[in-house]
Design a protein around this ligand. Structure first.
Ligand SMILES: NC(=O)CC(=O)C(=O)O
Length: 287
């Protein structure tokens, strides 16, 4: 794909069930429609392929069924696809990660991110969530350079950690994905505020595809959003499953950054934010 500074993005809001096959059929339909409408990049929510209430009944390693479907469609339709997340299994260690994949327009994985902050909270109704019982935390901060801009990765609860987003911006991210299965109990008060804050603080687009409605885990908030680097919501989903479209303008982003200078005006003599040295080494090795 030739580099694009302005392009159309599609964000798919899903109500994923615990039936893998049904979900994959639906995902394929949404991708075909979005590509037909001219989207160059199509983004999905967290746990896009199956939602189970606790231990994943389906988890795949690289090259599994969901992976193959997205790779094939990205190549056939010539689009980038951000596979919001699914349960990734490491057969040797029996570990599970909550992992996002980015497929380029040739169907190759050009980005992979494992959710760092597991959702371990008690919500306002008293419901306890302990994602760390079944999911291992990722260890890498991931930004990839593509013809569609520099893309940074986060997943759902990661949104509450400004440090991660600042690191993504310092590593060059212009667009940050935050695929989610965001709880209605927290989302109604926090979702939009957090997304807009992360966008404003860092001068980035926030691309937030969310799950909608009752699923095996929780009542998901929906309200998938695209927020521009000024902090304005430029697209918002209504109720139910749907595709949202938004226009990305990387020249507009550069203009806002030139005026606001928040990344340059940090006082690194007074405070500093750094990645764990081991992880920096791993990233630069490209592993
Ligand atoms: N479900 C999540 O991981 C996050 C969430 O719902 C919240 O932070 O609130």
């Amino acid at each position: 794909m030739v580099p694009c500074r302005q392009y159309k993005i599609a964000i798919v809001q899903l109500q994923t069930s615990c039936q893998l096959k049904d979900n994959l059929v639906k995902i394929e339909k949404f991708i075909r429609v979005a590509a037909q409408e001219g989207a160059k990049l199509i983004a999905f929510p967290e746990v896009m392929n199956i939602i189970d209430s606790h231990t994943p009944s389906y988890s795949e390693s690289d090259g599994g069924e969901t992976f193959r479907l997205l790779s094939r469609l990205a190549k056939t339709l010539g689009v980038y696809i951000h596979g919001g997340s699914w349960s990734e299994t490491i057969p040797a260690s029996k570990k599970h990660y909550n992992t996002s994949y980015l497929f380029d327009d040739k169907g190759i994985v050009v980005g992979k991110y494992r959710k760092i902050h597991t959702f371990d909270i008690t919500d306002p109704s008293g419901q306890i969530y302990r994602e760390s019982d079944t999911v291992t935390s990722g260890q890498e901060v991931v930004v990839v350079e593509t013809p569609l801009g520099k893309l940074g990765f986060a997943i759902c609860y990661d949104l509450r950690f400004p440090e991660l987003h600042r690191l993504l911006a310092l590593k060059g991210a212009e667009i940050i994905f935050n695929p989610s299965d965001f709880n209605l109990m927290t989302g109604k008060d926090h979702w939009e505020v957090l997304l807009r804050a992360r966008a404003i603080e860092n001068g980035v687009y926030m691309i937030a595809a969310d799950q909608y409605g009752q699923n095996a885990k929780m009542l998901a908030y929906g309200n998938s959003l695209v927020v521009n680097p000024w902090g304005t919501v430029i697209a918002r989903a209504g109720d139910g499953e749907q595709i949202l479209y938004a226009d990305i303008d990387l020249d507009g982003l550069a203009e806002i950054r030139n005026r606001m200078q928040t990344l340059e005006n940090r006082q690194s003599e007074v405070y500093r934010l750094s990645e764990n040295a081991q992880n920096v080494a791993r990233n630069t090795d490209g592993k």
